[in-house]
Write a protein that binds this ligand. Structure first.
Ligand SMILES: NC(=O)c1ccc[n+]([C@@H]2O[C@H](COP(=O)([O-])OP(=O)(O)OC[C@H]3O[C@@H](n4cnc5c(N)ncnc54)[C@H](OP(=O)(O)O)[C@@H]3O)[C@@H](O)[C@H]2O)c1
Length: 160
């Protein structure tokens, strides 16, 4: 069975972005994202794809859009989350990497949450859905090592 993991960096107030970009620049989290997803399939919303601006090398990228005319040479296109997960294939783990709309839709079917907790409270209209302790069990927590920028913790949750 393929493990479906939501991978996100989330501020103390739940904010993950302002609709266009992320409200921080965290090289340590970018490294974590790269190491975690390399060689795997990633699924993302069209807005997140456009905020990144290109396909990420070494990862099979599936972009979800309702626009049947939308195409990009380096990614696969799906028109529903179910189709996206099918196109992502039957690897060991597939990562849903945002943004807010896609996390909300994918959370009920996720097996794991791989969350970078960012010690900030930025402004921003896009949030990660609440992590309900009755549904999710924390299985590991590792503090970031960078001495620059806000504190981060890498936290893994599993569905109970
Ligand atoms: N902190 C983090 O870890 C993190 C990670 C990722 C993104 N972000 C931030 O999140 C923000 C973007 O999030 P967002 O919620 O605005 O957008 P999003 O979830 O990235 O993309 C939404 C778009 O995806 C498509 N879509 C969503 N559900 C669909 C469905 N069921 N069927 C077909 N298409 C579907 C639609 O595209 P069309 O409009 O083309 O139909 C929709 O407009 C940005 O600020 C970004 O920087 C943060």
């Amino acid at each position: 069975m393929t493990t479906i993991t939501l991978l996100a960096a989330v501020a103390r107030n739940g904010v993950i972005g302002d609709g266009t970009t992320m409200p921080w620049h965290l090289p340590e989290d970018l490294r974590h994202f790269k190491e975690t997803t390399m060689g795997h399939a990633i699924v993302m919303g069209r807005r997140t794809f456009e905020s990144i601006g290109r396909a990420l090398p070494g990862r099979h990228t599936v972009v979800i859009t309702r626009n049947t005319a939308w195409h990009h040479a380096d990614v696969e296109v799906a028109h529903s989350l179910g189709e996206a997960l099918m196109l992502a294939g039957s690897g060991e783990e597939v990562f849903v990497v945002g943004g807010g709309e896609v996390y909300r839709e994918a959370m009920p079917m996720a097996h794991r949450l791989n969350i970078t907790q960012v010690d900030l409270e930025p402004e921003g209209s896009v949030t990660f859905p609440a992590i309900d302790g009755a549904v999710w069990r924390e299985i590991s927590r590792r503090p970031g090592e960078s001495v620059e920028g806000p504190g981060v913790e890498f936290v893994l949750y599993e569905r109970r």
